[in-house]
Design a protein around this ligand. Structure first.
Ligand SMILES: Cc1cc2nc3c(=O)[nH]c(=O)nc-3n(C[C@H](O)[C@H](O)[C@H](O)COP(=O)(O)OP(=O)(O)OC[C@H]3O[C@@H](n4cnc5c(N)ncnc54)[C@H](O)[C@@H]3O)c2cc1C
Ligand SMILES: NC(=O)c1ccc[n+]([C@@H]2O[C@H](COP(=O)([O-])OP(=O)(O)OC[C@H]3O[C@@H](n4cnc5c(N)ncnc54)[C@H](O)[C@@H]3O)[C@@H](O)[C@H]2O)c1
Length: 459
């Protein structure tokens, strides 16, 4: 049977673009790709990239205070102009979008700028009605922000809207305690917005190392976020130009805008999956095996739509491995067990790889090497900001099971620590490394004695 394409990719985000490009340019496949919105997907257009640029924009106040501590007595950040920033941001995103598009075109991928849906195991239908057949179909449709189902929540923004605001709100409520809520609370407070964050748990960033969570929770308040642990919104109502929010503790308050950062849902609705035998998980994510293959042999899925580890480099790796396996005769899977990540807070970020202290303790005996200190940089400036470095070590094998860093540029540091840890490095090998002095990171190779040992479950 002949097909229009060897591969048809639905979604031009991190996973889809990489898979299409590698299948076409390195393995000679005839590839078509449909993108209903802007090329580059969540990360480039409404995620990692604009977010990180906003993080940089938001640190002027902290730098001003630090520089005053270093003798720049009149240091002042001056006035932030959202319009100027947004115009630059829009231009940068347009530039990146064109680069993604050009890379696909150079690889020989045919781009269809419209929505696609499945109409069978080898066929897709585009929004204009065109039907195209393909030997293989890759679903890389990503996810969509999810709200929580309270009345009036349509009055609230989701993360996609943040990058399109005409003006900064004066007073903003952020709902949630995950990556997005914490990063954007830091950003908004840093840009001078009166920022309130509500989170129903007792410390933000559930799932991360508890000690790091406590430090992140404290830091949010220290950078001016009014963090309220416990309450959850129950009702949103329009109040003049703003929104009045009622909470489950009986309180109510008005805000200029509200952001729900309460997780993301795999974007499988309306994808035509009912015309196939592709199995879904209970939350709507596409079920795949280690090869990213669905329950239908000709259909694969990568990235957030599969809800494995929802990070850009993971989607990219899954897309690349899929293309090499199916079109390059180089079968390889992706190891999701040891993925480093960072939460971009300010002044200190959280970098993490491997097991948390809680997970390591549940697994068996573990030695915890942990140090919390005031780094010379901020201490000199009069700041009380603290850094944490933590290594979790298996006493039987001496292998480092996890590393957690709360400090300036922790994302940069954890990227490097992830290499030896991924290679199975022992604590003795960390110790054998001569320190780089004076740095904060040198603590990773100078912690001689465990701060504590857990004997394992119940220990
Ligand atoms: C605010 C925010 C900040 C983030 N920050 C980070 C970070 O700092 N680091 C990090 O690693 N990750 C970050 N992430 C997560 C990261 O963006 C995602 O994990 C990543 O983009 C997933 O890639 P993907 O290819 O699976 O999907 P996406 O990038 O979402 O791409 C899916 C694409 O498919 C298109 N599409 C969907 N359905 C169809 C259809 N039927 N037809 C045609 N096109 C379709 C969509 O328009 C979209 O362009 C962030 C996410 C958000 C929301
Ligand atoms: N730096 C990064 O790598 C980065 C940054 C942003 C986003 N991301 C990715 O995007 C994903 C989505 O981010 P997110 O912050 O929206 O999700 P998240 O899963 O990290 O956090 C969701 C938050 O919403 C809360 N929540 C969920 N349901 C609720 C309810 N009914 N009532 C009150 N609170 C509720 C949760 O308790 C949690 O705190 C992340 O999981 C991550 O994979 C990564």
């Amino acid at each position: 049977m002949s097909f229009d394409y060897d591969l048809f990719v639905i979604g031009g985000g991190s996973g889809g673009v990489r898979a299409a490009r590698i299948a076409a340019s390195e393995h000679g496949a005839r590839v078509g790709l449909a993108e209903e919105s802007r090329m580059g997907g969540t990360c480039v257009i409404r995620g990692c990239v604009p977010k990180k640029l906003m993080v940089f924009a938001a640190q002027a106040g902290l730098m001003e205070a630090e520089m005053r501590g270093y003798g720049w007595c009149d240091a002042t950040a001056g006035r932030f102009d959202w319009q100027v920033f947004r115009e630059k941001l829009d231009a940068e995103l347009r530039r990146l979008e064109l680069i993604y598009r050009a890379a696909l075109q150079k690889a020989g991928v045919t781009i269809h700028d419209q929505r696609a849906r499945l109409v069978g195991h080898h066929e897709v239908e585009l929004a204009d009605g065109t039907r195209l057949s393909a030997r293989h179909i890759l679903i890389a449709a990503g996810g969509r922000p999810a709200k929580i189902g309270v009345p009036g929540e349509e009055l609230a923004m989701v993360s996609d809207d943040l990058f399109l605001m005409d003006a900064l709100p004066k007073k903003m409520l952020l709902v949630g305690g995950g990556f997005i809520a914490c990063e954007f609370s830091t950003i908004m407070a840093g840009l001078g917005v009166e920022t309130v964050q509500v989170y129903r748990g007792d410390a933000v960033l559930r799932g991360f190392d508890r000690e790091a969570r406590d430090m992140a929770t404290l830091q949010l308040s220290q950078v001016g976020v009014d963090l309220r642990l416990g309450p959850t919104p129950t009702l949103l109502e329009r109040a003049g130009e703003g929104v009045r929010v009622s909470f489950d503790d009986g309180s109510a308050e008005a805000f200029d805008s509200v952001l729900f950062a309460t997780g993301r849902t795999p974007y499988t609705a309306g994808l035509g999956l009912e015309t196939t035998e592709v199995r879904l998980k209970p939350n709507g994510a596409i079920e795949v095996d280690e090869w990213s293959q669905t329950s239908v042999p000709s259909i694969f899925a990568v990235g957030d739509v599969t809800d494995r580890v929802n990070l850009t480099p993971v989607a990219i790796r899954e897309g690349h491995a899929f293309a090499d396996t199916v079109f390059g005769a180089r079968p390889r899977t992706v190891d999701h067990s040891l993925v480093a990540a960072a939460v971009y807070l300010r002044p200190h970020e959280l970098g993490t790889v491997g097991l948390t202290e809680e997970q390591a303790k549940a697994r068996g005996p573990v030695d915890v090497y942990s140090t919390v200190f005031r780094p010379m940089r901020s201490m000199f400036a009069g700041s009380d900001a603290r850094v944490m470095m933590k290594l979790l070590v298996d006493p039987a094998t001496d292998k480092v099971l996890g590393c957690h860093i709360f400090g300036p540029e922790a994302g940069e540091m954890i990227q490097l620590a992830a290499i030896p840890i991924g290679m199975g490095a022992t604590k003795a090998q960390f110790d054998a490394t001569i320190a780089v002095h004076p740095t904060a990171a040198e603590e990773l190779v100078t912690m001689r004695h465990p701060s504590r040992r857990h004997e394992g479950l119940g220990g």
